[in-house]
Design a protein around this ligand. Sequence first.
Ligand SMILES: [Zn+2]
Length: 241
Amino acid sequence: MEPDVLENLERLQEVADEIDRLESRRQAAREERDRLQEALEGAQGELSRREERAHALDIERRKRELVIKEEKDRMARVKGRMGEVKTSREYQAVIAEIGSAKQNVTENEAVLAQELQDLEALTAQVAEARAQVEALQRDLAEASGVLDAVVAETEQGIADMKDRENRYLAQLPREVVDRYRLIRTRRGGLAVVEARAEACTACNMRIPPQAYIEVVRRTRVVQCPNCHRILVPPREEAPAG
Ligand SMILES: [Zn+2]
């Protein structure tokens, strides 16, 4: 066996681990940015809903003020006709109309008072939602710089590591590369593990003594009899380099 096959495999696994680490860091940064973005969008939605409610209530308030004004005008007009009243029937009609206008004014003023109170509460809620939106906009703006930098940095790191991975792969026999890739796919990314004290450090399965000696001496690519990962000698016993 080429003397550096196992070393290349070890380095390949280290590079793969580093790529996984960088990818999960990049993912975490993206998720954090999405989370902040969603929180902001949620707050913006709430602000719009409150603004719409306040706007609708304000329209109601204006309509009601107009109704009150019209009823008061009607009352004034009817009162002005008092002088022209000739019969008691006409008089009764005028009194009834004034009474009805007065009642309308009283009722609408009571509703208006409630609407003004609601509008005040709603205005406070709008201000609160707006403050929330502004706080989240600041959070997002502050975090974006950091998160974008993390994404850019991890992307660069991943690209560098992939170059290195390709260099190691190019130095390995095709058959070893295929085996490495197959194990990596089947074993959650971890294809190369140390053998230590005659056992696989990934699954703890004992390795037959002869195979263990071959691992330590680097005579061939030995796979764990249980999890099929490629076994490399314990780090501290590995030759320097
Ligand atoms: Zn194993």
